[in-house]
Design a protein around this ligand. Structure first.
Ligand code: FO1
Length: 465
């Protein structure tokens, strides 16, 4: 095809992280956040670069020995997904290399070995990802391009600053959706297979040091193929009731897509395209797209423009002040991290939510807010509550270590993206939630019964090795 007809990637989706010129050498796609082959703008850009420069293309993943204390549950889900990535890439004659060790050390060494001319990576607003890239960009002879393959409207295009709430970000997103919510071009195969060795996966599994006390979940199959099957089943049987049932944890109305989104095993843009074209009622599609696009990009914005997204000091000043004023209020109950983790509070509803999190690796969106607010109410200090909620969410939730989780805790405990409410003990001006509020929304006894069995059926394993 002639040049003008060939697909182009919107240049606003790409930013250069180092002031270096493209060199004459291999193109590397350093895959990190978007661990998929289809619908991946970073991979499409790297493929395009390789074609324009007539250079080889290599996809590379750097497996850190530990990653923010992620346990086996997460490494298992991720590694099974990466095995599929390797197979799907090889079917396109695109080599996949997995480097084990600290990325900022191993990656530059590899790039030099193969004389990389250009390096492309995918966008993440996480601090750990930012520090890896800063160090790698400094060492590389080749330029480091970052492509936002995770968001529909690129994070830095949607807004150049931390947004106050969904109300202020929504119009900025909606004004640009028409330009960015598009179909993807196909990923062209390379003309011939490469000489790279396949990954030795048994060696990789042997070297992973992740904590085995949080075992893999059985109910959700990892990988790009399973992610797409999960999307199709959601479109067929759950989207049409999403609007009214999404706040009922008993309804099973959720998409189950957040673990796949966290590991980038499916594209939010592809999901949005499928939902927009589905025959489900307008109200249900709108409700789901609000969560998938506006709420998710609000969380990306929070992490991108607030370095303290994972701590109490990142929350709005009005909330910090208000919570500090109530720091000495009488707490009716106080629990330690271990008691929270073992679901050993006085309240059955909260314990059921914690058991859902520990056993299934997901916690229903509505319950996650309630769950976090009670940690605020029953912790010694708001700072300790914030830390406890982050530790528990990142340890057990399959979509932990993700902007949605950090922004969710910051909203529940720290009033981020929310407004001040009338003052009350312990909470100060933070919005209050209680069990009777839940009971008005759904059958709490049914929810409790569904998650009762956990504590008895399994011996209380040590949840913190
Ligand atoms: N990304 C990587 O590039 N290398 C890893 O070793 C890695 C481990 C990992 C473990 C648990 C988890 O939840 C995510 C993990 N990720 C890893 C993915 C990570 O979330 C993204 O790749 C970004 O780096 C940060 O958003």
């Amino acid at each position: 095809m002639s040049e003008p007809q060939r697909f182009i990637i919107d240049p606003r989706r790409i930013r250069l992280l180092s002031e270096k010129q493209d060199g004459q050498g291999a193109v590397i796609y350093w895959m990190s956040r978007d661990q998929r082959v289809r619908h991946n703008w970073a991979l499409l850009f790297a493929r395009r670069k390789a074609e324009l420069m007539q250079q080889p293309l290599v996809v590379l993943f750097t497996l850190a020995p530990t990653f923010l204390q992620a346990p086996l549950r997460h490494y298992d889900f991720m590694l099974k997904g990466l095995r599929e990535v390797e197979a799907d890439l090889n079917a396109l004659n695109i080599p996949f290399v997995l480097l084990q060790g600290q990325p900022e050390r191993e990656f530059p060494r590899f790039a030099e070995q193969i004389n990389a001319g250009v390096v492309v990576t995918d966008f993440s607003p996480m601090n750990i990802s930012g520090s890896w890239k800063k160090e790698v960009a400094r060492q590389l002879a080749a330029p480091l391009y970052e492509v936002d393959a995770h968001n529909i409207v690129p994070c830095w295009i949607a807004s150049g600053k931390q947004e106050y709430s969904a109300r202020t970000l929504r119009p900025k997103i909606n004004a640009l959706l028409g330009e960015f919510l598009t179909n993807y071009p196909a990923l062209e195969p390379l003309p011939s297979p490469s000489a790279y060795q396949p990954v030795d996966w048994s060696d990789v599994y042997h070297n992973v040091k992740a904590d085995r006390n949080v075992p893999p979940v059985e109910w959700l199959k990892p990988g790009e193929k399973a992610a797409n099957e999960c999307l199709e089943s959601f479109l067929q049987s759950r989207l049409a009731s999403y609007g009214k049932e999404r706040n009922d944890p008993n309804a099973g109305a959720t998409s189950h897509l957040s673990p796949y989104l966290h590991f980038g095993q499916i594209s939010a843009q592809f999901i949005a395209m499928r939902v927009s074209k589905s025959t489900a009622p307008e109200a249900d599609r709108k409700a789901f797209l609000e969560e998938l696009i506006v709420r998710r990009e609000l969380a990306e914005n929070y992490c991108c423009f607030n370095n303290h997204y994972d701590s109490f000091e990142g929350i709005p000043a009005w909330a910090r002040e208000s919570l500090k004023q109530h720091g000495d209020d009488q707490r009716d109950y106080r629990y330690t991290l271990e008691e929270f983790a073992a679901a050993k509070t006085h309240e059955k509803l909260w314990n059921a939510a914690q058991r859902e999190l520990v056993t299934t690796g997901v916690i229903h969106g509505y319950m996650r807010m309630y769950w976090a607010k009670k940690i605020l109410e029953w912790s010694e200090t708001p700072e300790q509550a914030f830390e406890t909620a982050i530790i528990l969410n990142d340890r057990f939730a399959l979509d932990g270590r993700e902007p949605n989780g950090y922004a969710g805790v910051a909203w529940s405990i720290g009033g981020a993206h929310d407004r001040p409410w009338f003052d009350r003990p312990v909470y100060g001006k933070i919005r209050y939630m209680n069990a009777s509020g839940c009971a008005r929304k759904f059958d709490v006894n049914r929810y409790i019964a569904r998650h009762e069995g956990y504590a008895e059926s399994k011996k209380q394993q040590n949840l913190f090795s």
